[in-house]
Design a protein around this ligand. Structure first.
Ligand code: AMP
Length: 165
């Protein structure tokens, strides 16, 4: 991974994961590490958060023989949706999920590349629970610990592969 200062705006250090994705061994090891703690859990669906979450959630779902479900930015999903608003550093944003993507009682793992302030992950968990799913846990490649994302996910099972403190 490499740090890109002041991207996409001044003051943000963007964690660019594209070198990790391009390396066959590192990519495979990272996918394995993201899903490993949940190997013995029954997982029905793995949620990927647009867009970089898709890259890890899909292979984790395949390994678990679970279904893959995209949680997307507004206006991207073609069918009936549930929508959740969440806070950004400045302002708010929306996440959407198809209404039939998770069935009541299904066990769900949420996957994204980075947990920063935790708002995105908390919104994804809210959407899953609104559809009647159970959030088994949340898994991330990278945690930016200094942004205290875990505080938005109290009591949840959280797994991160690499932590920046
Ligand atoms: P947050 O809701 O603050 O936890 O932000 C998490 C989402 O924003 C994830 O989907 C990440 O892909 C993205 N993100 C936030 N901060 C960064 C960062 N410094 N580098 C790369 N991606 C980030």
């Amino acid at each position: 991974m490499r740090d890109i200062p002041d991207y996409p705006k001044p003051g943000v250090v963007f964690k660019d994961i594209t070198p990790l994705l391009a390396d066959p061994d590192v990519f495979a090891a990272t996918v394995d590490a993201v899903g490993a703690p949940f190997e013995n859990d029954r997982i029905d669906k793995v949620i990927g958060v647009e867009a970089r979450g898709f890259v890890f959630a899909a292979p984790v779902a395949y390994r678990h023989r679970a279904g893959f479900v995209p949680v997307r930015k507004p206006g991207k999903l073609p069918w009936e949706i549930e929508r959740e608003e969440y806070e950004l550093e400045y302002g708010t944003d929306l996440l959407e999920i198809h209404r039939d993507a998770v069935h009541p009682g299904e066990r769900v793992l949420i996957v994204d590349d980075v947990i920063a302030t935790g708002g995105t992950a908390a919104a994804a968990a809210t959407l899953v629970e609104r559809l009647g799913g159970t959030v088994v846990g949340l898994a991330f490649v990278l945690e930016l610990e200094f942004l205290h994302g875990r505080e938005k996910l109290p009591g949840r099972r959280i797994h991160t592969v690499v932590t920046y403190s």
